[in-house]
Write a protein that binds this ligand. Structure first.
Ligand code: SF4
Length: 386
């Protein structure tokens, strides 16, 4: 699709994409005693999963996340001093884990662009859940640097990895990520992750009608039987810059129908509370799931909202806490970290924020006016991680 046509399609002002910032309230009483224990929000959803964005930079320019027209040469990226230091991230992660978090996902931008990331992984791997277990440490990457980093990340304590890959065809891949990066190098990164012993490797494919949806069967056949789980993600109206349109969404039901027209698939039960993907297993000759062939997943934020058990909090690279991927406001925890706040005070502020949470954007999407009208802009996915 020509550059001019793409520009005509989107009206994107170059402004600070970062949304409204709130100062967290620290309850007066919260001075010394560290409040711990599982937190629940106003919909009884437990805080279990913390996504930590470690950089606002990326070496790709995927149109659905970081369009080049906005995130170009003029874009003001954060300075290194703006970013949370590894010790600050670890301190916050420890406080979140005391409130029930057991899974930590490192994201970005592209997290592997953050220098010495394995040092942060080492620090996080030292932490323990309220049950005394090692946290489930995982990372989402575009795979461009994975071949070089997989071994060091595994040795540092990373357990799993999810790689974003929207096509096996270089031309289509380029249309999705707007840079000249060969698919082969991402595949080499996935192989390096397998060789390093990273478990449960997943590949995420964002499906955009008219751009890469014709690749669905080819991607499925490529990863079937490899032990890698491919997930098809519905193209989402994240942020305020990707020019999203509903007619570019391929509903997950259609993705599954297309796959079943080629290969036998059977539905599988969720493997964990709050899981974002619906699981489908490749069936063997007996019509039942053949674990050797593996499974695929579909993530259907647009057509089948899953807010009901959403247990995810998101931390931006400069220490702002967001309660939803489609949030329009965040809480500045860095001011507490870099001020004189004690662990007890920060912990109480986190509790205050989560216990007041009621987010369910995907459930409300269809009933909301185009502009959320809440005076805020939806935060960019590249800022808080997918
Ligand atoms: S829309 Fe928000 S509340 Fe709903 S599942 Fe996504 S992140 Fe969770």
């Amino acid at each position: 699709m020509g550059h001019n046509l793409r520009m005509a399609e989107r009206v994107i002002p170059i402004v600070d994409q970062r949304s409204k910032v709130l100062q967290p309230q620290v309850p007066a009483a919260a001075t010394h005693t560290l409040a711990t224990g599982q937190l629940y929000d106003t919909r009884a959803r437990p805080l279990r999963d913390l996504r930590i964005s470690v950089t606002d930079r990326c070496n790709f320019r995927c149109g659905y996340c970081m369009p080049k027209e906005v995130f170009g040469k003029e874009y003001r990226y954060l300075s290194h001093d703006d970013l949370l230091r590894f010790e600050e991230i670890t301190r916050l992660a420890r406080l979140f884990m005391a409130h029930g978090v057991h899974k930590i996902r490192l994201t970005g931008g592209e997290p592997l662009l953050r220098k010495h990331l394995e040092r942060l992984v080492e620090q996080l791997a030292e932490l323990r859940t309220t049950e005394g277990r090692v946290p489930d440490l995982t990372l989402t990457t575009n795979g461009s640097l994975l071949a070089r980093k997989a071994r060091a990340l595994k040795d540092a304590g990373l357990q799993r990895v999810t790689v974003s890959l929207d096509s096996l065809d270089d031309a289509v891949f380029r249309r999705m990520n707007d840079v000249d990066f060969p698919v082969a190098e991402v595949l080499a990164g996935i192989e390096a992750a397998q060789a390093a012993g990273l478990a449960h490797i997943k590949v995420n494919m964002v499906v955009k009608r008219g751009t890469n949806d014709h690749e669905i069967p080819r991607m499925a056949r490529h990863f079937r039987g490899t032990g890698i789980t491919l997930r098809f993600i519905e193209y989402m109206d994240v942020g305020a810059t990707n020019g999203w349109r509903m007619d570019q969404v391929v509903p997950s039901a259609e993705v599954i129908a297309r796959l079943r027209a080629e290969l036998p698939l059977v539905p599988l039960a969720p493997s964990a509370l709050g899981e974002t993907a619906q699981r489908w297993g490749w069936a063997g000759a007996d019509g039942r799931h053949d674990p050797g062939l593996g499974e695929v997943g579909v993530i259907s934020s647009v057509t089948q909202a899953f807010c009901g058990d959403c247990n995810r909090a998101r931390l931006s690279m400069e220490g702002r806490l967001y309660l939803c991927l489609f949030a329009t406001q965040g809480w500045d925890l860095r001011s507490l970290l870099r001020g004189a706040a004690s662990d007890a005070q920060i912990s109480a502020a986190i509790a205050n924020i989560w216990q007041g949470r009621s987010d369910r954007y995907s459930e409300l999407r269809a009933s909301l006016p185009a502009d959320t009208g809440t005076g805020g802009r939806r935060i960019e996915m590249s800022y808080i991680g997918g």
